[in-house]
Design a protein around this ligand. Structure first.
Ligand code: GRF
Length: 204
């Protein structure tokens, strides 16, 4: 399956997908055909360039308003004819134009156990709340913020001496493995969303 990955930062989740696809080009099932970002000059784009993968940037500031940005992002992604879009540390909310085109086949990872701690600061909010267990969630993007139907979750213990950085790093270790496992599986088998359930097509 043709996969476009959208990033906004360091791109360690992206790197895990690049490595998995490169390690088993025939068997992995997902071929990353392009990497997009909402800002230039980030490590995630550099990782794609080093891997010889097409990149593009659609900056919010380059468009008169969010609707125009959403339309431009949709066009830029569509150019690569993806079967699946993966938001891996993409820090913008995709809008109605994007979702009408790629809804139901856009995955996102969130560094918390949804429905807990949605939004930009999952690890920070988990730490502030004092939970003993947090984790990460892979879900199919819907019009809400981190509210879509859940594909997979992994639990991660919070340690007494954790700060946001150490906790987020521990989460990201599990998150990368979860993303690699499920992007490959969903790419190989195909899937459908029915209500809150993800149905794998083909033999699981
Ligand atoms: C990931 O934890 C992702 O879930 C969150 O931000 C982090 C991105 O990390 N939205 P990276 O850019 O993949 O290293």
């Amino acid at each position: 399956a043709r996969v476009v990955v959208l990033v906004s930062g360091s791109g360690t989740n992206l790197q895990a997908l690049i490595d998995a696809a490169a390690a088993d080009p025939q068997g992995y099932g997902a071929r990353i055909v392009a990497v997009g970002a909402d800002r230039p000059g980030i490590e995630g784009l550099a990782r794609a360039e080093r891997a010889g993968i097409d990149t593009f940037v659609v900056g919010l500031g380059d468009h008169p308003d969010r609707a125009a940005w959403d339309a431009a992002l949709t066009d830029a992604v569509a150019e690569h004819r993806p079967d699946l879009v993966v938001l891996a540390g993409f820090m913008k909310l995709t809008g109605p134009t994007f979702l009408s085109r790629f809804g139901g086949r856009t995955l996102n990872t969130h560094p918390a156990l949804s429905p807990a701690f949605p939004g930009m600061h999952g690890p920070r909010d988990a730490l502030a709340y004092g939970v003993k267990v947090t984790g990460c969630t892979l879900f199919v993007v819907d019009e809400g913020v981190d509210t879509g139907p859940i594909v997979a979750q992994e639990a991660v213990p919070v340690r007494p001496d954790d700060d946001v950085e150490s906790l987020h790093e521990r989460i990201k270790t599990k998150e990368r493995a979860m993303l690699v496992e499920w992007v490959g599986r969903l790419a190989r088998h195909g899937f459908r969303v029915r209500g809150r359930t993800i149905e794998l097509q083909g033999s699981p």
